[in-house]
Write a new protein. Structure first.
Ligand code: HEC
Length: 141
């Protein structure tokens, strides 16, 4: 009898833990997003309020900012896309760009290597990582 109670109790606890895990994962992890941004973006983008340009434009306030709107020497490829069909960096545009920048903006400098900047950014595959990253970008204001 007690064995059964223990067994069922144990199973209920496991189920509760599992559900809590699923529930937690449904929310973006901003701290994980910060680490992803430091590791994947900060080499080319200033993430601070200082707003300095690096290889790319500063990202302070980027969420809901009009694309191509800060005083930065964007590539002709980037300006071509942005001027033809202006948009703001909302969740869905950021998702598309960060998944595969060159697919969204062919020939964007973000995905190009050159002699001054041998690094190129090819995108973040994991949907969870992109969501965490964008949640962190939202805090940059
Ligand atoms: C290898 C350098 C490099 C890396 C790494 C990089 N970027 Fe960029 N990014 C650029 C460059 C260069 C541009 C300007 C694009 C152009 O002119 O073609 C840019 C442009 C952007 C823009 C457009 C901003 C605007 O003012 O319209 C966003 C948004 C962006 N990057 C986000 C990110 C995020 C988020 C990451 C990290 C996941 C990242 N980038 C990683 C170089 C990089």
């Amino acid at each position: 009898m007690w064995r059964k109670v223990l067994l069922w109790g144990g199973m209920m606890v496991l189920l509760a833990l599992l559900l809590a895990g699923v529930w937690l994962r449904a929310w973006p992890d901003v701290e994980m997003g910060r680490r992803l941004a430091e590791n994947n973006c900060a080499i080319c983008h200033d993430l601070s309020e200082t707003r300095k340009h690096k290889k790319g434009p500063y990202l302070w306030g980027v969420v809901d900012r009009a694309a191509g709107s800060v005083d930065f020497a964007y590539s002709a490829a980037f300006l071509g896309v942005v001027q033809e069909r202006p948009f703001v960096w909302d969740e869905s545009h950021l998702q598309r760009f960060i998944t595969d920048p060159a697919l969204f903006v062919p020939m964007t400098r973000m995905a190009q290597r050159d002699s001054a900047h041998p690094l190129a950014f090819e995108g973040i595959e994991s949907a969870d990582n992109r969501r965490d990253l964008i949640a962190y970008l939202r805090r940059l204001k």
